[in-house]
Design a protein around this ligand. Sequence first.
Ligand code: ASP
Length: 327
Amino acid sequence: MHSRRKFIRLSALGAAFTGSILKACTTPEKSENPKKSVKPVVVSTWNHGQAANAAAWEILSHGGSALDAAEAGVRVTEADPEVRTVGYGGYPDRDGFVTLDACIMNEKGDCGSVAFLQDIKHPVSVARKVMEETPHVMLVGKGALDFALAQGFKQENLLTPESEKDWLEWKAKNTETRPEINIENHDTIGLLTLDQKGNLSGACTTSGASYKYHGRVGDSPIIGAGLYVDNEVGGATATGWGEAVIRAVGCFLVVEFMRQGHDPEEACRLAVERVVSKNPDWKEIQVGFLALNKQGEVGSYCINKGFNYAVQTPEISNELFDAKSKL
Ligand code: ASP
């Protein structure tokens, strides 16, 4: 069973509560970032990254492409109803609709993205079709759904009884004060791959902030914010309060810091500092970055303790690591 992690936006909650929530979110297993590694490599966000990594590894270890591995990896998370923040079984928005955001990027810099997509279990695969079958990068809402159906994807209800029950309970308690109380759970899967040929790719997919406004799109499907890959340098993915990541164009920034010569952890740390400088409420939010460079080095950094990630290489057997944090 996947443990669900909660990033809590604490607009109306006190600092004491903040501390206990953040502690409750921490399940440390390792504290050192794996600095060095050998190809191939797959890294991904959170505990659910381990199952995603296993699927990606199946492809990478048999000489498959970074792109195929990235897509296959996150599809595992999208299909798992126990992961309540991605794909099937994800928490709905405040009106009860499960709306999904996803993107994918390959070693050529090609990218595809879908946002505010409903009723399709694998938004990452629709994003890949956008990349490969259209002249565009991003399709949203009904247009994305129409495109998916035309591509042969099946329309299905993604709201599981469990998520519906939680939503109804949330709604019963939050009728008047929803915008003020605004407790959000976050848990995107972002996954980065380096294949045996040395090519990099990445994918990112989420149901976004739970009980968000209908129509809200976060950082995850936005190239440069929730995901960025430059095959000469490295890739990065983000999780956490998407609005803050968008303001800093977070993942593009991480990759640019790596281009300047910083190792992945330092690049993530510098990007977190930028997020902090652009968001006065930074102590009340979580943002985590995860990066993989062309040499197979991995690094991560977040604002608040509690963000972890999974790494698989020929030398590291799909282990979880805790990201270093500013607080
Ligand atoms: N970044 C995602 C969003 O804001 C949420 C998450 O990471 O869980 O939509």
